[in-house]
Design a protein around this ligand. Structure first.
Ligand SMILES: Cc1cc2nc3c(=O)[nH]c(=O)nc-3n(C[C@H](O)[C@H](O)[C@H](O)COP(=O)(O)OP(=O)(O)OC[C@H]3O[C@@H](n4cnc5c(N)ncnc54)[C@H](O)[C@@H]3O)c2cc1C
Length: 401
């Protein structure tokens, strides 16, 4: 996209380039390029997070009073596109883009003072306890229960029982934000849900790994057996969890700029597609052009949303769903085309994770190594964060009704 930059924006870009040159080391770039899964591996991710935090740049979307950067829309765009182009690891969205905005909006002053600096510093690593076996798209049917219990010294606490599933990076996280049922059968299902912040070290929590088709261990099932959670760990009022959950989902689906990262993946793909391959496969050439156009269109939509958020508003559910739908589909197109361009090399399978910690097993060049695993992993992109069918329903309901 062609944007005319003011002298201040040019100076900002030069400052960013200097920072990237000195701090974004080749091993961080390689870890990012060879990443196969939804999220970056926590080690490079947190290393990069802390470097950005030291520079004061880790939370561009946060209000300045909580540690945000106060950047203009153009500066935010420059930051997102340039860091993605340079190949920086993606930061985990769970603290910065999910728990953080919720705590800012619904948390008590004590919760803000405790959690927000820890999210900024990368001290806490979060996971999301929404989905349960039998409660994914129909999230409001969730059954994990939090009972209020009075302890011997008179303190009231919650005791949590139940199970969460598909919990990304629960095995790395020390914190979970979770939806639990606090209302009984007499309360409407949406009104009986509360939002808790749970310490993952609490006795009674068990994590069982789920290995995905791509060979990655990123998701888990988490079991709660009489887990003690203080009342002060509830965000908002009891029964307000559904309102908070929906607010958070807007940020999960629509709070990031994905176009820069998609463009980086697209550019790597074009390097894989040499002239002979393209000449022999006009469909691949057409697919490349289509992806480029799709990324341009996505970028324009993202800028529109960023403009809204810069004015202090939340993204809005329709537009968040549109973004989630498009970036997940474009990402899948890129990985699908990658497989096509690999040809017979796609039969080579590399099982080591993370890939950057090992030499290639399959004997492929770095550019080609993660493609098969990325393709398989990307099947989940149109499922997590709400399936494409659900996003289309939200868009249809809000735009067409
Ligand atoms: C890799 C990965 C990571 C994830 N990470 C997390 C996480 O960290 N935390 C978390 O809480 N959850 C996570 N999830 C769970 C994810 O949010 C759910 O898988 C998703 O919401 C779908 O729920 P489900 O799997 O129960 O499928 P279901 O809801 O059972 O859906 C099955 C199929 O039916 C369709 N369907 C269902 N209802 C409707 C409807 N009303 N209209 C039209 N079609 C419908 C769906 O589109 C889908 O195709 C993750 C999932 C994956 C795959």
């Amino acid at each position: 996209m062609n944007v005319t930059l003011t002298p201040e924006d040019q100076a900002f870009r030069a400052e960013l380039h200097t920072f990237l040159k000195t701090h974004l080391t080749p091993d961080l770039v390689r870890a990012s390029r060879l990443n196969t899964s939804v999220f970056s591996d926590p080690e490079p991710c947190l290393r990069w997070h802390k470097l950005l935090h030291e520079r004061g740049w880790v939370a561009p979307l946060w209000p300045v009073e909580y540690g945000g950067t106060g950047w203009s829309l153009t500066q935010r765009w420059i930051y997102e596109t340039e860091t993605a182009r340079a190949g920086a690891p993606a930061l985990s969205p769970l603290g910065l883009r999910m728990a953080g905005p919720v705590i800012m909006r619904f948390g008590t002053s004590e919760q803000k003072a405790h959690y927000l600096p820890r999210i900024l510093a990368g001290t806490d690593y979060w996971c999301q306890g929404y989905s349960e076996p039998g409660s994914g798209s129909d999230l409001a049917s969730l059954k994990t229960r939090a009972r209020r219990v009075r302890e011997a010294d008179g303190t009231e606490v919650y005791r949590v029982d139940g199970s969460k599933i598909w919990t990304t990076h629960a095995h790395h996280a020390n914190r979970m934000f979770a939806l639990v049922r606090t209302g009984d059968e007499t309360v409407k299902k949406h009104e009986g849900i509360s939002f808790l912040l749970i310490d993952m070290q609490t006795p009674g929590i068990t994590i069982r790994p789920i290995r995905s088709v791509s060979g990655d261990h990123e998701v888990n099932q988490v079991f709660f057996d009489d887990v003690r959670v203080p009342l002060e760990a509830r965000v908002g009022e009891e029964g307000q969890g559904w309102t908070i959950a929906k607010y958070l989902l807007e940020f999960e689906r629509g709070g990031a700029m994905s176009s820069g990262r998609l463009r980086g993946a697209y550019e790597r793909l074009t390097r894989l597609a040499d002239a002979d391959v393209i000449a022999a496969d006009p469909d691949a050439s057409l697919a490349l052009s289509q992806i480029e156009l799709d990324i341009d269109a996505l970028e324009a939509t993202e800028l529109r949303i960023l403009a809204t958020m810069t004015l202090g508003q939340n993204p809005g559910s329709t537009v968040s769903s549109m973004l989630k739908l498009r970036w997940s589909e474009i990402h899948q197109s890129i990985t699908r085309l990658g497989m096509r361009l690999l040809g017979a090399d796609a039969l080579a399978w590399e099982s080591m994770r993370p890939m950057d910690a090992h030499d290639s097993e399959a004997g492929l060049e770095d550019a080609a190594r993660p493609i098969v695993a990325q393709y398989l992993n990307a099947r989940a992109y149109t499922i997590f964060g709400g399936t494409s069918e659900i996003q289309r329903e939200i868009i249809a309901r809000e735009l067409l009704s």
